[in-house]
Design a protein around this ligand. Structure first.
Ligand code: GTP
Ligand code: MG
Length: 148
């Protein structure tokens, strides 16, 4: 089965959406293989979103991601990567509310910046992001890492 990295961002945790999001995850056929709650520091947030370091919104993204605790999960399922992206909906929560009203971002997102959840966007991102947060010695994670 495929693995992806999911994150409930600070506004999702503060808004107490973690439980309903986890229920949606399980009801949608994913297994939660690993889960940690963390306060990201500035360096970790910058490294995690390094692909966006040249974007104008990068400072506000880092500030947002360090504004409170996040819940980070490894989700497992056939087609986990694309199915989780479909479940969270578009990046802009306002678009999500209009075009994907049953998506998670429609439920708890506010705008393009504050969109309450993250999902890996490719097998390469999933491998990088899972090993970014979870120890490679964890057998199922490292095995997946080798497959990709
Ligand atoms: P992630 O799952 O978090 O990676 O979101 P995404 O893949 O749907 O979007 P993308 O990787 O392009 O952007 C990463 C994150 O940067 C988004 O989820 C937003 O939190 C933030 N972001 C993206 N575009 C904008 C923008 O135009 N303005 C602001 N303020 N934030 C943005
Ligand atoms: Mg992204």
């Amino acid at each position: 089965k495929e693995k992806t990295l999911a994150m409930i961002k600070p506004d999702g945790v503060e808004g107490e959406y973690a439980d309903v999001i986890k229920k949606t995850i399980l009801d949608s056929g994913f297994e939660i293989a690993h889960e940690i709650e963390l306060q990201l520091n500035e360096d970790t947030a910058k490294n995690f979103y390094a692909e966006h370091s040249s974007k104008s919104f990068f400072p506000s993204l880092v500030q947002y991601m360090t504004s409170g605790k996040v819940v980070i999960m490894v989700l497992e399922k056939e087609n986990a990567i694309s199915d989780w992206r479909a479940l969270i909906g578009p990046t802009d929560a306002n678009t999500a509310k209009e075009t994907h009203p049953t998506s998670i971002r429609a439920l708890c997102g506010v705008d393009t910046g504050r969109n309450c959840v993250h999902g890996s966007d490719s097998p390469q991102s999933a491998a990088r992001e899972i090993s970014f947060f979870f120890d490679k010695s964890t057998s199922d994670v490292s095995q997946r890492h080798d497959e990709l």
